[in-house]
Design a protein around this ligand. Structure first.
Ligand code: NAD
Length: 371
C-alpha cells in the first residue's frame, strides 16, 4: 500500500507528539511492507512566523494533493493578540473547511489500567468504549439566517438539516458500528425539534441497509445523563453538530486525560487526523506531553484512509500493552500515585515503547499467519 501523508506538526507540543505518531506509522510501514511518504508543512503560529499567514497556500496545496493529513496542534500565547485572519486557530478552521470533511469521529475508551484517572467512578467507566460520530458541516453552527437584531435586543440562529446531510452522516455511523460492536445510538430531540424528526426518519431509513447493526434512538438530554451513569451501554453515538460537540467532550471524561484522545474528520476530499488536545504551551518543549492521543489518531488514519484494519488494531493493542506494563506520562499521574509499580516516562520514550510493542505484536501476528 502506498500513501502520501501530509504532516502538519504545528505549535507547542504539536511537533513533539506528531514525531511519535510518525515513528509508529514508520514502524507499521516497515514491518508490513507499505510505502508511506511523509511531507511536512507549516501551519498555525509557526507558519505565521515564517509566512505571515497561519495556512500558507503551499501547505494547503500539499494537503489537498495527499491521501491523508495528520496535524499536531496549533496556537499559543505568542500569537493570541494577532488580528483574527492571522490567528493560528483561523488556519486550522480554514484547513478543515478546505478539506471538506463532514463527519468527525472521536473514540473514547477507558483502558482498564487508567480507570482511576477518570473523574467518574471506576466501576462506572471500566469497560466503556464509545465512538461519537458527529455531523460537522450542518445544523446550528452554519444555518442561515443568523444574527443579531439592531440594538442587540435579540439574537437568532437556525438549525437546518437536509435529508442528504443526515443520510451521509448516518452511513458513516453504521459503517463505524460494523467495525465494532454493531450498535448505533442515534441522538436527537425529536419530541421538540422538526430537524430531529427528519433526522430520526432518515436514520431509520438508512438503518434498513444495515440489518446487522442494532439501532436505538435517544433524546440528547437522556444521552448526556447515561454517558456519565452507564457509559458501557454505548457503542457508536450518532449525533448532529451541536449535540455531538457537547457529547464528544462529555465522553472524553471516560478516558481520564485529554492527552489520550484521538480524532478523525472524514468524508471530504482528504481526511484529517489530529489528537483533540491543543498545543499545551504550559508543558511544551519539556518532553512530558502524552503522545498517545496522537498515536491513536495515527491508528485512525490506518483504519479510515489506508483501510488497514489489522495494522490499526495492532497500534491500538500496542498502546494498551504499554499502559498494561504501567508506563505513564505525567498527565496520567492520578493512576500513578495509586500504584508503586508505575514507570514514569517522557514523550519520546512513550513513543518508542509503543513502536517496540507494535513491532512485537505485528511480528507475532505475521508468524501466526505464516504457520
Ligand atoms: P490544551 O489542550 O492545549 O491544554 C489543556 C490542558 O491539558 C493543559 O494543562 C495541558 O498541559 C494539558 N494537555 C493537553 N494536551 C496534553 C498532552 N498531550 N499531554 C499532557 N497534557 C496535555 O488547551 P488550552 O490550554 O485551552 O489551549 C492552548 C492552546 O491550544 C491555545 O492557543 C488554543 O487555542 C489551542 N488549541 C488548539 C487546538 C487544536 O490545535 N486542535 C485545540 C484546542 C486548543
Amino acid at each position: 500500500m502506498r500513501l502520501n501523508i501530509a504532516i502538519l506538526p504545528g505549535d507547542g507540543i504539536g511537533p513533539e507528539v506528531t514525531r511519535e505518531a510518525v515513528r509508529v506509522l514508520r514502524t507499521v510501514a516497515e514491518i508490513a511492507g507499505h510505502e508511506f511518504r511523509f511531507e511536512e508543512a507549516p501551519i498555525g503560529g509557526t507558519a505565521v512566523d515564517q509566512f505571515d499567514t497561519p495556512l500558507p497556500p503551499q501547505t494547503l496545496e500539499k494537503c489537498l494533493s495527499s491521501n491523508a493529513v495528520f496535524l499536531g496542534a496549533v496556537g499559543g500565547p505568542r500569537w493570541d493578540n494577532l488580528p483574527r485572519a492571522q490567528k493560528p486557530e483561523t488556519g486550522l478552521l480554514q484547513l478543515r473547511q478546505a478539506l471538506g470533511g463532514f463527519a468527525n469521529i472521536r473514540p473514547a475508551a477507558c483502558h482498564p489500567a487508567l480507570a482511576e484517572c477518570s473523574p467518574l467512578r471506576k466501576d462506572v467507566v471500566e469497560g466503556a468504549d464509545v465512538v461519537v460520530v458527529r455531523e460537522l458541516l450542518g445544523g446550528l453552527y452554519f444555518g442561515e439566517p443568523r444574527g443579531f437584531r439592531p440594538e442587540f435586543t435579540d439574537a437568532f440562529n437556525t438549525m437546518r438539516y437536509s435529508e442528504n446531510e443526515v443520510e451521509r452522516i448516518a452511513r458513516v455511523g453504521f459503517e463505524a458500528a460494523r467495525t465494532r460492536r454493531r450498535k448505533v445510538t442515534s441522538v436527537d430531540k425529536a419530541n421538540v425539534l422538526e430537524t430531529s424528526q427528519l433526522w430520526r426518519e432518515v436514520v431509520n431509513r438508512v438503518s434498513r441497509n444495515y440489518p446487522d447493526v442494532a439501532l436505538q434512538h435517544m433524546y440528547v438530554d437522556a444521552c448526556a445523563m447515561h454517558l456519565v451513569t452507564n457509559p458501557r451501554q454505548f457503542d457508536v453515538i450518532l449525533a448532529e453538530n451541536l449535540f455531538g460537540d457537547i457529547l464528544s467532550d462529555e465522553a472524553a471524561a471516560i478516558t481520564g486525560s485529554l492527552g489520550m484522545l484521538a480524532s478523525a474528520t472524514v468524508g471530504g476530499d482528504v481526511n484529517l487526523y489530529e489528537p483533540i488536545h491543543g498545543s499545551a504551551p504550559d508543558i511544551a518543549g519539556r518532553d512530558i506531553a502524552n503522545p498517545l492521543g496522537a498515536i491513536a489518531s495515527a491508528a485512525l488514519l490506518l483504519r479510515y484512509s489506508a483501510k488497514l484494519q489489522q495494522e490499526a488494531s495492532a497500534v491500538e493493542a500496542a498502546i494498551g500493552r504499554v499502559l498494561d506494563e504501567r508506563y505513564r506520562t505525567a498527565d496520567l499521574g492520578r493512576a500513578s500515585a495509586a500504584d508503586s509499580r508505575v514507570q514514569p516516562v517522557g514523550t519520546a520514550e512513550m513513543g518508542s515503547l509503543v513502536a517496540q510493542a507494535l513491532g512485537e505484536i505485528m511480528d507475532r501476528r505475521q508468524a501466526y499467519h505464516t504457520v
